[in-house]
Design a protein around this ligand. Sequence first.
Ligand SMILES: [Zn+2]
Length: 291
Amino acid sequence: MKFGDFELSIVRESTLSLDGGAMFGVVPKTLWEKSSPADELNRVKMHCNLLLIDTGSAKVLVETGMGDRWSAAERERYGLETHVAPEDAVRELGLSPEQIDFVIISHLHFDHAGGAVRLLDGKLVPTYPRARYIVQAGEWDFAFKANARARASYRPDDFVPLKESGQLQLVEGNTEITPGVFVRVTGGHTSHHQVVYFESGAEKGVFFADIMPTRSHLNPPWVMGYDHFPLTSCDVKSEYLAQAAEQNWLVVFDHEYGIPWGHIVKGEGPKGKFEFRPLPAQSLISTAQIC
Ligand SMILES: [Zn+2]
């Protein structure tokens, strides 16, 4: 999809199902199940959506998804369906992994970093051999010292090989990665969780990552039970949503099962609710797929 001078594409890397209670924190099921119906194991279905931003001078992949290094038992637990192996994720868009210049990972949980590396001849190697992998320094440090509650979401195998290959680029705070593409630290989900803000011409957009994983999380207090700092998430969401609505940003949800991108409108009056207006389904078909 055209976005100013940029070209944007979505890759639906995998489908997974996570516990609905964990996805909506303190929100009662009687409320969340209206927008996110639960299966017989109380899980809600989601995608891992990767965003490719082609600025014309750089190709930036946002997130890497779950990857395919999962046992049968884990696949069953997460209802995981891998749609595309890591080495083929950008091939769907007519690109080879060698063409990716930057890979931005919002945080190092396994559903975001799992596809960062792949198995090659029994060894874990970066999936994108030329790319610089952008991670917040604070997130990197935390991944190695997470306590018992937080630790289960990190698998060092997903990211240690990035350091070993010399492709890891740690950044501290808000940073411009390439002209028009920025990371912004939000905290909330993890203390150094980052979103990706991008702009070209008159267009502005944001990839919310896990600060707002699906359209059902639009209401600021509807934050995930997984969040380390839920009150921060609520505040940050309110700020971003207000800006997104006011300036007509394109917003992208990393785990939305339906159309994952669109715009935000705010209802009338001070109590007006934020609403999501998805783009038409055709917007998901990339130029490569049309050709
Ligand atoms: Zn996630």
